[in-house]
Design a protein around this ligand. Structure first.
Ligand SMILES: Nc1ncnc2c1ncn2[C@@H]1O[C@H](COP(=O)(O)OP(=O)(O)OP(=O)(O)O)[C@@H](O)[C@H]1O
Ligand SMILES: [Mg+2]
Length: 577
């Protein structure tokens, strides 16, 4: 039983650590109410059976002094009326008790939902606040697991089962207490018959389920990843008629996941079956005992009560307790992740950094982990406010990587970025990011309205949006949209063209009112006319003292740059003064 206590203690410990004072208070209240319902459950069954048996017996008032007293108290005219009143009271008690129980259950589930949301929010911030390199290495499945599933399973696998375990434990203790009170001998014999069997089944099954849960967790990542075909992948699959390849791949990964999930459900149901057999033995014992005991009607009534309590409440309680404890064990890892989150929750610092003169890249050396030679070696250049520089170079030469270094998203192994002579570091990174806009090569468009895609916020400045739309050459496009800037863009911008996506990304950068603007192949899909609009916008920004870096292979846009560099063999060579 050592492991059970650990699972329960661990649940208590993690709940205490992870819930704030207010939620904890609410949780405690709900736990208390759950306890009351458990008591009511047991009392209801313990009282009803003897009463009903008395009624069947006839002339029941003669047999119970307590009932006679109650009869006198109610002042009813005859025994029949009293019996009906008793039955009505019992029915009323049961219905009320169960309605209250449902209401409390609902409140518990509401709290569970709230907690999922709170943990999701925390986990999301935690994942995103990690370094860019760390986050971007992880696939979308990792996102889904850490942010969504972990929070959900903490709620459904720890919080809710914990309440169940508490309630059911109380029920079991109360019933045990009642049995001891009525007849300690019966209690001892029942325990001797059932306990070893329960213990054995519990132990074997729990171990199985725990291992299956671990297996599921491992397989879930790959399965989600394989399904992540996305809007772009779909086109290649259709045109190349390669659905078989992808479907087979998915089926292969899904199989172990489904197997372990369904096996876990299978094993969860075994204890209920096994318990039935155990209880059968207990009942046989009771019947045999009752047979020799039948001279004493009160004792028989007690036996019947014990029997009904066992069948209706004790066995289900034991089953639910076992399942609850298994879940606590199975989902223990969710609390481990959330607690480690809490411990290492980095609050991004906001040291100021000003940019009124120039950004200097000094002796930057960078090599990706698995690469044999450095991608960038001793790269140095400056860019002043109001200046535009261009960077060209072969595909794969490291242009985009260099831009990520300037943004502070990637930290080079050697060299530094100085902004107005101030070293760019972790402390001022967030302030630096506020000052720059980066239109990268894979413009990301969300399934939100155009305005939200530009402002990246629910609340936006309409005049700034309009300005960004004009500056990015989106004006005509917006005029044709059915709902203007409120039109939704579809999943990953499924409803719009690549050039439109690029312009949305440009508008997003313009809306930000940055001091350094980076264009990484930002106009590659634009026609000459639209490119000219964007070039005019950039020229205006230059006049407003914005520094601009343009990466381009072709097109006119690079002409606005006074200085052009070429990135070649890890070095930066100036090709235009
Ligand atoms: N996260 C990463 N891990 C390992 N290698 C990477 C990573 N990102 C890029 N690379 C490699 O680094 C090299 C430079 O990539 P980068 O995107 O900087 O090139 P680029 O000059 O922008 O190319 P393009 O003109 O095609 O956009 C490439 O060979 C690429 O395979
Ligand atoms: Mg690139």
């Amino acid at each position: 039983m050592q492991k059970d206590t650990n699972a329960i203690l661990n649940a208590i410990d993690s709940i205490k650590k992870l819930l704030d004072a207010k939620d904890l208070k609410k949780g405690k209240l709900l736990l208390f109410l759950t306890g009351l319902v458990a008591v009511a459950d047991v009392i209801a069954l313990a009282i009803v059976v003897p009463i009903l048996m008395l009624a069947i017996d006839g002339n029941f008032l003669a047999k119970s002094s307590k009932l006679r007293a109650f009869y006198g108290f109610l002042g009813l005219k005859n025994e029949g009326g009293f019996l009906i009143a008793l039955i009505l009271m019992v029915v009323f008690f049961f219905i009320t008790k169960n309605i209250i129980a449902i209401f409390i259950q609902k409140k518990i589930h509401d709290l569970g939902t709230l907690m999922v949301q709170k943990f999701t929010e925390k986990s999301f911030y935690h994942v995103i606040n990690q370094s860019f390199e760390k986050v971007s290495k992880k696939g979308s499945s990792e996102f889904l697991n850490k942010i969504h599933f972990n929070s959900l399973y903490f709620s459904t696998g720890i919080l809710l089962p914990f309440v169940n375990v508490f309630g059911e434990s109380l029920v079991i203790l109360l019933i045990m207490g009642l049995i001891i009170y009525f007849n300690p001998l019966i209690f001892i014999i029942i325990v001797l018959i059932t306990a070893p069997a329960f213990y054995f089944i519990n132990k074997v099954i729990k171990k199985k389920i725990y291992l299956l849960g671990k297996k599921s967790k491992e397989n879930r990542d790959e399965t989600i990843e394989s399904l992540n075909i996305g809007a772009n992948g779909l086109m290649d699959i259709k045109i190349n008629q390669s659905s078989k390849f992808f479907i087979n791949d998915f089926l292969k990964k899904q199989k172990p996941l489904v197997e372990s999930d369904l096996k876990a459900i299978f094993y969860q149901n075994i204890p209920a079956r096994a318990n039935e057999i155990i209880v059968l033995f207990a009942v046989i014992f009771l019947v045999v005992y009752g047979f020799f005991y039948s001279q004493n009607p009160a004792g028989l009534r007690t036996l019947a009560a014990v029997f009904v309590l066992s069948v209706f409440r004790l066995v289900p309680a034991i089953n639910r307790l076992l399942i609850g404890v298994m879940k606590l064990k199975l989902y223990q890892h969710t609390s481990e992740f959330l607690i480690s989150n809490e411990a290492e929750n980095v609050i991004p610092s906001h040291h100021n950094i000003s940019f009124n003169h120039e950004v200097s890249v000094k002796g930057v050396y960078f090599k990706y982990n698995d690469a044999s030679i450095p991608l960038l070696d001793n790269i140095s250049f400056d860019i002043k406010n109001g200046e535009a520089i261009g960077i060209t170079g072969l595909s794969g030469s490291g242009k985009s990587t260099l831009m990520k270094i300037i943004c502070g998203l990637i930290v080079p192994q050697k060299g530094e970025i100085l902004v107005d002579n101030q070293l760019l570091n972790e402390d001022n990174l967030n302030h630096w990011l506020q000052k720059i806009a980066f239109v990268h090569q894979v413009p990301f468009v969300f399934n939100k309205s155009l305005a939200e895609n530009i402002s990246l916020s629910e609340i936006y400045d309409l005049s700034k949006i309009e300005e960004a739309i004009r500056g990015s050459g989106l004006y005509d496009f917006v005029n044709e949209l059915p709902h203007g800037i409120k039109t939704w863009m579809g999943e990953q911008g499924a409803n719009i063209s690549e050039g439109q996506k690029q312009r949305i990304a440009i508008a997003r950068a313009l809306y930000k009112s940055c001091k350094l603007l980076i264009f990484d192949e930002a106009t590659s899909s634009l026609d000459q006319q639209t490119e000219a609009i964007v070039m005019e916008t950039l020229n205006n920004l230059k006049k407003q003292n914005v520094a601009i870096i343009i990466i381009a292979h072709h097109g006119k846009i690079i002409d606005i740059c006074a200085t052009i560099y070429k990135l070649e063999n890890s070095r930066l060579i100036r090709i235009k003064e």
